[in-house]
Design a binder for this molecule. Sequence first.
Ligand code: XMP
Length: 508
Amino acid sequence: MSERIVVLDFGGQYNQLITRRVREGGVFSELFQITAPKEKILGDRLDGIIFSGGPDSVYAENARTCPDWIFELNVPILGICYGMQYIAKCCGGKIEAQQIREYGRTNTTFAGHPLFEGMENGTVWMNHNDSVTVAPEGFEVIASTANCGIAAFANDEKRLYGIQFHAEVVHTDNGQRIFDNFLKNICHLKCDRSAAVVADTLIEDIRKQVGDGRVIAGLSGGVDSSVAAVLVHRAIGDRLTCIFVDHGLLRENEAQEVMECYKESLGLNIIAVDASERFLTKLRGVDDPEQKRKIIGTEFIRVFEEEAKKLGGGDYLLQGTIYPDVIESGSNGSAVIKSHHNVGGLPKDIGFKGLVEPLRMLFKDEVRLLGESLGIPEHLVWRQPFPGPGLAIRVMGEVTEEKLKILRHSDAVFRREVKNAGLERSLWQYFTVFTGIRSVGVMGDRRTYDYAIGVRAVTSTDAMSVDWAEIPFPVLKRISDCIIAEVPHVNRVVYDITSKPPGTVEWE
Ligand code: XMP
């Protein structure tokens, strides 16, 4: 059972960042709503709790609260900003609105307390109207600023701690140090969670879950499903069978490269199914983006089911679900912008005993580190995300072989130039789009009437919000020159300068 800290969400903006800090400190951490059931918060093991910040005033009528039993669990609690004020309120302290609102970088004096071990007086990030003006009985003041006499407090006997400032944001000097101190000096944890340790634990968990059963996986060549498959392979060897469906909508040489990598470098037991004819036939004459997505999603499931049946079925289905997918699936009621399809979206009712989801507690970059620690080749681990429906959503309107050919070629040229310019790692995604627009040009003194290719490159950390990438002009110029010179039937290149929102990453 790994060491575990729970962050309780009182509505602050930086809550995910708090879990990140704890994870970076070498301890597993999860974020829960204040209404989460007790057994979820307790989990298999609980070593400490952090109360996040939040927008409320503790005395306001509908101010967020948590159940009293949280204080009776006998684990250390650290409150941040509102979290600190809430602890103060619950223990009989006094909180008041301040005349001078403290916002931004603020000089702070730390008293010598284990929470601030090794810390000089320094700058912290403040963002509050209210503050604790009278500490509850039994609490010692352990930090202060010019405008905030009680910037941090501690009750070592009750193991309750509070900091008024946001240690989780980068603007607090040595913020990580405060989390490390909390974990080591207050919670007395070993903090030894590394990618290698995580891999061992996950492999052990898979063995326990699967027993002597068999697992089937659908692989797409993406990072998450590949890392998940390698973990399961380490756990149960050839009782894992992977199916790779080539829907004919992959990038240049992708099917071959991915298969070689899976078979040769990773030693996976994998079956490739060439279903390209089938997909392209179904897509003939269809130009509506949603319909295209639905056809591909449905067909994918059909092919997968047929292949799984041929294998005589399996006991478990492997899915590459990661933590953000889990969080997002909890938020209902949002509008459907696009019907996403990926290998991870296979239906659960296709005759399996259960799901294996080894990555469901990890963030994307943790999956990548895990992948590296498992020896998965770098080019696979650091691959840019590629959508399940593939190039079909990068060809505007009806998908045809001719359009796919032009798109594949231009995309390969673009990717080569991004690599040559050393920009691969700084871009979240980069690809070309077959716009379907034809325009007039002049090449070699002759009139042309050919296609315009869209070039899209974006930066992001999670694909929820995205900026168009500021690729240097000389690189853009070279990209345009190369695409037009090398790709037949293209005479114009346009660069997409739309962020998300209001745009989306993919054009369809
Ligand atoms: P959008 O276009 O919605 O894309 O801004 C956000 C991210 O999701 C990827 N994407 C998909 N991934 N199945 C997937 O697995 C899909 O159907 C799908 N559609 C979009 C897109 O490439 C970007 O990373």
